[in-house]
Every structure is written in C-alpha cells, then in structure tokens.
Design a protein around this ligand. Sequence first.
Ligand code: NDP
Length: 244
Amino acid sequence: MNMISKKVVLITGASSGIGEATARVLSEAGAYVVLGARRTDRLEHVVEEIRAAGGQAEYYTLDVTQLEQMKAFVDFAKQKFGKVDVFINNAGVMPLSPLNSYKVEEWNRMIDVNIRGVLHGIAAGLPVMKQQKSGHFINIASIGAYEVSPTASVYCATKFAVRAITEGLRQESRGDIQVTLISPGVTESELADSISDEQARITMIEYRRISIPAHAIANAILYAIQQPKEVDVNEIIVRPTGTH
Ligand code: NDP
C-alpha cells in the first residue's frame, strides 16, 4: 500500500506556489489534504481541481499570524478527517529591502508570518499529535536559513529561526513525532511579488531567472512523508542545479 494513502495533511500557505503544488502532489499520492491561507477564492479553486481529479481536499480561510485561527484550522481538519498526520508550516512572505530603508512594517510582517506563524502551527498541531502519539511536522525554511545576503537580512533571520525551532522540536520530540526541515532554493512562485523596494525587486528578478518548479519541492516533501514512523528525514535542501 502507498505509504501516504489516507494520511491527513494540513498545509499552510496552500493558495499558491509551493503550498499549492504540495497539495496537488500529496493528493495524487493518496493523502487527504487540508489547505489553509487567506485568499479563499484561490483555495476554493485548487480544492475544486483536486476533487475533480479524484482527490479528497478541504480548505479553511486562515491567517497564520492569528493563533486562534490556527487552532480552528486544526480543529476543522480533525472534524473533517478525524486526525492530523502531517502539518506543513509553509506560509511565508519575503518583502526584501536593505536595513537602511527602515521598512519596519515589512520586517514585522516577515517576523509575524515566517516565525510566529510556524510557532502557531506547532502550538495548534503538536498537542493533537502528542495525544495521537504520532505526527509529522514539515517546516519550510530556505537556503536563506544557512547564509545571509544583502537586502535579505530580516528574511534570512526569520528562516534561521525556522531552522532553530525545527531542530529544537526534533530534539524534544523523543520518538513520537517526526520533524523535517525543507529548504528550497529559487523556486517558481509568487514569493517575490511582495517586494516593494525597487532595487531589491530588480536584483531579485535577475537572481530568480534560474528556478525550479514548485512541484520539485513538493516531491521532496512527499519523500519525507513516505518514510515509515521510525525513519525521520531531518533536513532536505533542494536547489536549481548549478546555483549556490
Ligand atoms: P508564494 O507567495 O507563492 O506562497 C506563499 C503562501 O503563503 C501563499 O499561499 C500565501 O497565501 C501564504 N501566506 C502569506 N501570508 C500568510 C498569512 N498571514 N496567513 C496564511 N497564509 C499566508 O511563495 P512560495 O510558494 O515560494 O512560498 C512558500 C514557502 O517557501 C515560504 O515559506 C517561502 O519563504 C519558502 N521559500 C520559497 C522559495 C522560493 O524561491 N519560492 C525559496 C525558499 C523558501 P495568502 O496570500 O492567500 O494568505
């Protein structure tokens, strides 16, 4: 039997890019997927397409910066499918800019979505997994979790934090819970659309010319989920070939 058949997988940030591709790929592999994000129309459309292809999917309008909404997202999934096997903390934003442009509101937004959002996912999902005595957290970091580049210091700081939190969760999990960090390199998505700084935007357009499709990251996530309970894939980095 397919190892992910009927696994219940919650995905934040599933309205576009990597989250959307992951919902489609995991559904094709037999998972029951629950999609969360703010853009309800986009979620509705993806869920309709997954169902039309024969998959089982639900969506929930979700802002990951709000703990109560995250808890309600988990409750919704439990109510629909009875359990939570995998929680994918994928939602993220990347409005890059140099520190001396003082875009404090954008710094705070990255901290709120990229760090607090992941912590809210853990706060909402971990109690359920502990009770089940099984579960799998997949947190999406970035190659920016390993090195810093100009205009990306706050974004990289949030991804360093995701890496630290994920490692801490792994160390504390003691057998019941699998924990995986996935770090994509440049991947086709809408991530760079939120850059308001003109110079950072131009630099990113050039930098993002060599990219991989979002389903390349979804396939790495699928690999981690396919493992039996006693095998914990801790970390996967996926880059376009030849990039650094
Ligand atoms: P997209 O912009 O296409 O997707 C980001 C997703 O996050 C959207 O579904 C968006 O949905 C969601 N999101 C943003 N803010 C919130 C919020 N407050 N609450 C709930 N959902 C939110 O980009 P990617 O697919 O590329 O990004 C996915 C992850 O991959 C991010 O964590 C990103 O940092 C990471 N990553 C991406 C790389 C790339 O090159 N693409 C490289 C390295 C890491 P909505 O707006 O509907 O809420």
